[in-house]
Structures are given as structure tokens and as C-alpha cells.
Design a binder for this molecule. Structure first.
Ligand code: F6P
Length: 343
């Protein structure tokens, strides 16, 4: 069997571990593994894929990024991209494993509805894919946030400053909330539970009055700025060149300026940005990616198409792609409340 593998959307640490798991298991069983370059782009126009060898897969488990390359490629602009992908799958592979987040799995689900032999693998550093507690890249991202907060605490304390730390998280606050919890954030601002400027400034003032002369405020890049007295920037897109990116909104700098203006504190800002996505994956991400990669391979050989392995109660189970292809998984109230106990 020719098993195609692609990684689409933003990269995330752990992608190579998943590719390795699928590839090594397939080669062991005598299948051909076709590495498709740059996500869906490799299936539109001239086919861009080539067989992976054992040598290609050696030593990659600890490497960040994706050895296949990836792209934010919109199959609907111009229209007709999905149909090209559908035809290319039929022409070039007998099965396809698509590793990616919500956008990728929406396409996988669409393809599966048209009987394409597709299996998904959950990846998004934002960790907001519905139907799974966990996605490839998230553990590395929150570990980087936690380590950054440890470092920022010492300098904030020495200077009696407020430091605002902006994390990734386009629509949800998983990275800010759990990275902030692990790193001892003094306040966390996420899209799911908006707070006003008055509430933020009062909280920092309360800490000051209690003798806590510094504060670390973690904010997710995707918060609604209007609640904090700002203006929105119109249509946001991370595709191609020239779009307004989420990071461009500058929520960290905006919040810092507001805190300084309204509270009179000395404030600094750190935007963690792509540092959260780069470098080698944590052991947890390597193991998780290996588990879901292996489960995706097993689904392919068993002919269980239209499925995606997800983690529930620490077990990897297969669920239909349609269950992860709608909306985003939000941070629940109890997790945010637990974070807030330590503010
Ligand atoms: O989708 C994951 C994500 O990391 C978001 O948190 C962030 O807004 C986006 O990717 C950045 O994407 P790009 O690297 O394409 O600018």
C-alpha cells in the first residue's frame, strides 16, 4: 500500500515523532510511505511527494518542525482546491494521513465524506481541537511558557515591575491558562473569561497592598480588545503574505500600556511568539505523537478511514473526523478558576 503523510497548518514540536511512528511502522510491514511536501499544497497542481526511507526517519524524534515542510494553504481561495486534493489522493496514494489542527481536519473530514481513504492526527499548539484532551505541540508550548515565566519572575521582582507576557492562542486560552498555571502567573487573561481594565488594575493594586511588589500578567493573543477599551483590526488571517496576523494585534503591548496608564505601574512586555513553536519537543509530546501516529497507521491498515486518534482519559481512541471538525474546544470554568486561586 502507498501511504501518504502530510503536515498542514502551523508547525508544532512533535510532528516529526508522529511522522516517524507512521513511517517506521509502515516500512516494517512492507508498505511504501510517501512524504507529501508542504501540506495540502503538495497535492494541488504538480504532485509534490516522494518516498520516505528508514534513513529519512532516523534520529528525528527529538527534532522540532516538520521534515515534510508545512504551509497555511487555503484550498477554498481560489475555489476548487479541495477537488484537486481529492483527485490527487486517488492518483498518487492508497491512503492519506493528514497531521494538523482544526483547519486541516475540516478538510480531512470533507474528503472522508467523499470516501477518500483519509485518517487524521491531532496537532495544534493551541490545544483547542474538539474531541481530544490533547494535541501534538501543546506540552512543549506550555513548558516554554512556564520556563519563561520563571525567568521573568526574578527580573520583575528585582525591579518591582509588572510584566505582561503574551502567549499564542488564536481563539482559546489553553496555552496562556495552563502555561500560566505551571509558571505561577499572577493573572491570566484569556478569550473564554474576559476581564475589564478596572479588574486587572484593581488586582495588581491588591497585590501591591499585600506587599507583592511585582506581578506577571499572562495574556492570550486572541482576547477581545474591545473589552479592554481597544479597537479590533478587521479580518485576521495567518495565510500567505500580507494578512493581519493575530500577533500583529499586539495585545500584550496594548495591555501593558493600559496598565501603565491606568495603574501608574512600571510595566514591560514579553511576546513569546514563535519561541513557543520552535525547538525540540518535550518527552510528553514525543510519546503522545508516537502514540497517535501509531494509532493512525493501525487505522489505515485496518481500513478505518474517516477517523482520527484522540486522547481521552489517557487512552488513545479512534473517533470520526467529523467530531473534531467543528468549532474549538474552550478552556472550562473549573480550570480557569483553579488558575485564579493562585493569582
Ligand atoms: O494555530 C497555532 C498558532 O500557533 C496560533 O496560536 C498563532 O496565532 C498562529 O499559529 C501563528 O501562525 P503563523 O506562524 O502562521 O503566523
Amino acid at each position: 500500500m502507498r501511504i501518504g503523510v502530510l503536515t498542514a497548518g502551523g508547525d508544532a514540536p512533535g510532528l516529526n515523532a508522529a511522522i516517524r511512528a507512521i513511517g517506521e511502522m509502515a516500512l516494517r510491514d512492507g508498505h511504501e510511505v510517501i512524504g507529501i511536501a508542504n501540506g495540502w499544497a503538495g497535492l494541488v497542481g504538480d504532485f509534490d511527494g516522494s518516498p520516505l526511507t528508514a534513513k529519512d526517519l532516523r534520529g528525528v524524534i527529538g527534532q522540532g518542525g516538520t521534515l515534510l515542510g508545512t504551509a497555511r494553504f487555503n484550498l477554498d481561495k481560489p475555489a476548487g482546491g479541495r477537488e484537486c486534493v481529492l483527485a490527487a489522493i486517488g492518483d498518487h496514494v492508497d491512503a492519506l494521513v493528514a497531521i494538523g489542527g482544526d483547519g486541516t481536519q475540516r478538510i480531512s473530514s470533507w474528503l472522508a465524506e467523499r470516501n477518500a481513504p483519509v485518517v487524521g492526527v491531532p496537532k495544534t499548539l493551541d490545544n483547542d481541537l474538539p474531541g481530544t484532551n490533547y494535541c501534538i505541540g501543546f506540552d512543549t508550548a506550555i513548558s516554554i511558557v512556564a520556563e519563561s515565566l520563571d525567568r521573568l519572575h526574578t527580573t520583575a521582582a528585582s525591579h518591582h515591575r509588572v510584566i505582561v507576557v503574551e502567549t499564542m492562542g488564536r481563539s482559546t486560552g489553553w496555552v496562556a491558562a495552563l502555561g500560566g498555571l505551571a509558571g505561577g502567573a499572577d493573572m491570566i487573561v484569556i478569550p473564554e473569561f474576559p476581564v475589564t481594565m478596572d479588574e486587572i488594575v484593581e488586582h495588581i493594586n491588591r497585590r501591591r497592598s499585600a506587599g507583592l511588589v511585582y506581578s506577571i500578567v499572562v495574556v492570550a493573543e486572541g482576547i477581545n480588545l474591545t473589552i479592554l477599551g481597544g479597537a479590533e483590526m478587521g479580518d485576521l488571517s495567518n495565510e500567505g503574505v500580507g494578512g493581519v496576523r493575530h500577533a500583529t494585534r499586539g495585545v500584550g503591548h496594548f495591555l501593558a500600556a493600559k496598565i501603565e496608564e491606568q495603574g501608574g505601574f512600571e510595566v514591560r512586555t514579553t511576546v513569546l511568539g514563535h519561541l513557543q513553536r520552535g525547538g525540540s519537543p518535550t518527552a510528553h509530546d514525543r510519546i503522545f505523537a508516537t502514540r497517535v501516529g501509531a494509532a493512525a497507521y493501525e487505522a489505515v491498515v485496518a481500513g478505518k478511514f474517516g477517523m482520527i486518534p484522540v486522547v481521552r482519559d489517557d487512552n488513545v481512541v479512534l473517533v470520526p473526523l467529523s467530531t473534531v471538525a467543528v468549532g474549538q474546544r474552550k478552556v472550562p470554568r473549573e480550570i480557569y478558576d483553579l488558575c485564579a486561586v493562585f493569582f
